[in-house]
Design a protein around this ligand. Sequence first.
Ligand SMILES: Cc1cc2nc3c(=O)[nH]c(=O)nc-3n(C[C@H](O)[C@H](O)[C@H](O)COP(=O)(O)O)c2cc1C
Length: 189
Amino acid sequence: MDVMTAVLTRRSEHHLAEPAPSDQEFTYLLRAAATAPDHGRLRPWRWILARDQGRHALARCLADEHPGPPAHKEQIQANAHSTPLLATLVFTPTPHDTTVPEWEQLAATSAMTSSLILLLHARGFGSVWRTDNLTESDRIRRLLRLNPGERLLGWLYIGTPQRLTPPRRRTPEDVTDRISVFTPELMGL
Ligand SMILES: Cc1cc2nc3c(=O)[nH]c(=O)nc-3n(C[C@H](O)[C@H](O)[C@H](O)COP(=O)(O)O)c2cc1C
């Protein structure tokens, strides 16, 4: 799949089933995703993979911690239960880096994740990045043994999309109003 096709046919997939990438395949794809732009090559992130019992325990905790009504909690638990691989994204910034401020490290983490999502898609796997307003939960932090200074950025739900028809290739929207051209003359220089 060429890059343009991958970008235009990717969708957040909310109904996922086996198979998911093995640990080995996930690592292979992550190594490629980690080549995304990353000022200082700090790799200020880590992933925690949960399958089977680990995933069920995490699913229960996500549902318990969700502030929404019972129906919403049940939906979260059902989703997390049925998705074969729950990958927790943890931001691990190098503090007080004078060359690479924290916002740049967060941007690098986002770039890596975006690449990973596209690579998964190109291999036939589906994913959705979810936070469900749960990234500040102390209980989830404790369950996942996060260190002080680390930050939860959500979960990549990963598996094989359960849809009858593949997503249609999207028609890119007009973004010309988001582009301007700078010339010194314009600035009166
Ligand atoms: C940081 C981040 C957090 C997200 N959290 C959620 C979420 O909690 N629940 C959800 O359904 N989708 C979540 N999404 C997915 C977006 O809703 C989705 O990308 C958007 O609706 C566009 O759909 P598409 O990915 O199919 O283009 C999140 C995406 C990002 C980048």
